[in-house]
Write a protein that binds this ligand. Structure first.
Ligand code: SF4
Length: 432
């Protein structure tokens, strides 16, 4: 049994009194992606002090130099984390993030403290009794951007060139909606806005990074009653902004305000086209309003591989999807395979199809619900292929925008084309 009392007996002075032996190291599992990702969320958890570091690579450390390892673990990083933790002093390991929040018991033999839910006050959180503790949020400080090189950020979005700087901000957490597939309300089931003062302070720091693009990561930004005030503050960065919103909130007045504040793209969830979502009841109208104001539309969609088994069902699904693309003419589309998250309605329906070896495939691009490798590879190819067909179609290039403009979106799709094409040719000669 681990001795949790030792944690409570450590004072703040002790923690900062010896820089060499008191290093606090933040890590992300899986390792932060320098080709697709943004700032890691663990920057919000790391405390102030010059003994604090973030490591973008999950290398091995000398335990004697380290006071705490602060590890953010997502489902797909579980295997990587378990291997890394087995080589380190587990009494120094603190875990948090989505996976420890939903499966805390899986970490009991891997970490000394397991933080459930959101946290931005590390010491107040870990000095609570017990191995599994609720994260404490007090909004007293902003994420440790100083520990991270913003040049490592990359996002696949229209118009952004590879060397453009992109960064992000969260002005709220959580979502009160309960879409059957979504894991966001599990970490934070209500909408919790950060104080305006925190947003002002964070914008001041982000402005120093001279961003060309800035992603407002709130789950549904205009759900906050004071979203206008927040948007005006963020627009002071001068960056092109993009954000998530649900279609049922979009109005003419909102789109006009978005445009004035530099919002260049709004991300709407088309989701699974075979399911009716209340939030999408006026999707067509919302898209038309955004287009009227010259704001790009980003439509993410979900493919449930178990619903499109067989050539006929696959063709029917993608036929309907392409028709919706032509009706809505989004500048960006993004396919994601269904990933059942524990705690969601869909988990109850699909958990029998999920095994622990699937966890590393929770990247939304793997059709892991299908166990036959040939069928699965075909599913993955076709999800890419229909998006590529849309982007390279006469329709898109005549009515939407020119696709090939060396932005990160077109460059990424060319990369994927090169990656998929050989697999596609092989698959054609194999019978599932
Ligand atoms: S999909 Fe969006 S609206 Fe639905 S629960 Fe998730 S964050 Fe909320």
């Amino acid at each position: 049994m681990k001795d949790h009392k030792t944690w409570q007996s450590v004072s703040f002075t002790d923690v900062f009194s010896n820089r060499k032996t008191n290093r606090i190291i933040g890590l992300s599992f899986p390792a932060n992606s320098n080709s697709l990702g943004l700032e890691p969320s663990v920057l919000s958890v790391l405390p102030q002090g010059n003994n604090v570091e973030y490591s973008s690579r999950n290398i091995d450390f000398n335990d004697g130099d380290v006071r705490y390892y602060v590890c953010s673990v997502y489902i797909s990083g579980m295997e990587e984390f378990r291997a890394w933790a087995s080589r380190h002093d587990q009494t120094k390991i603190i875990v948090g993030g989505y996976h420890p929040s939903t499966f805390p018991e899986d970490f009991k033999n891997l970490a000394n403290k397991i933080v459930v839910g959101l946290c931005d006050d590390l010491f107040a959180t870990i000095f609570q009794d017990g191995q599994i503790v609720q994260g404490i949020v007090n909004n007293a400080s902003i994420p440790r951007y100083d520990l991270y090189d913003v040049n490592n950020n990359q996002q696949i979005i229209p118009d952004k060139k590879p060397l453009d700087i992109v960064t992000s901000i969260n002005t709220s957490n959580g979502c009160p909606c309960r879409c059957d597939f979504c894991c966001s309300p599990i970490l934070c089931p209500t909408l919790v806005s950060k104080p305006i003062k925190s947003v002002t302070d964070e914008v001041f720091v982000l402005k120093q990074l001279c961003p060309d693009y800035l992603f407002i990561r709130d789950e549904n930004f205009p759900l906050q009653s004071d979203w206008r005030e927040r948007l005006y503050l963020i627009s002071d960065t001068g960056a092109k902004l993009y954000l998530f919103a649900s279609a049922n909130l979009i109005t003419n007045e909102m789109a006009a305000c978005f445009k004035r504040c530099g919002v260049y793209m709004v991300c709407l969830g088309l989701e699974d086209i075979s399911v009716e979502y209340t939030k999408n009841a006026n999707l067509d109208k919302a898209v038309a309003i955004l287009k009227k104001y010259g704001i790009y539309v980003y439509l993410s969609f979900i493919v449930n591989p178990l619903k499109i088994m067989g050539v006929g069902k696959g063709e029917e699904f993608y036929g309907k999807l392409m028709k919706r693309f032509e009706e809505l003419a989004p500048e960006m589309v993004c396919g994601n395979f269904l990933m059942p998250f524990r705690g969601t309605k869909l988990w109850d329906e699909y958990y029998a199809y999920v095994q622990e070896s699937d966890f590393k495939e929770y990247d939304s691009k793997s059709a892991f619900l299908v166990k036959n490798p040939v069928v699965r590879a075909k599913m993955e190819f076709f999800m890419f292929w229909y998006q590529y067909l849309y982007y390279t179609s006469d329709f898109y290039n005549t009515n939407v925008r020119k696709f090939k403009c060396n932005d990160t979106l077109s460059l990424r799709f060319e990369e994927l084309y090169d990656e998929f094409r050989p697999k596609y040719e092989r698959l054609w000669n194999v019978r599932a």
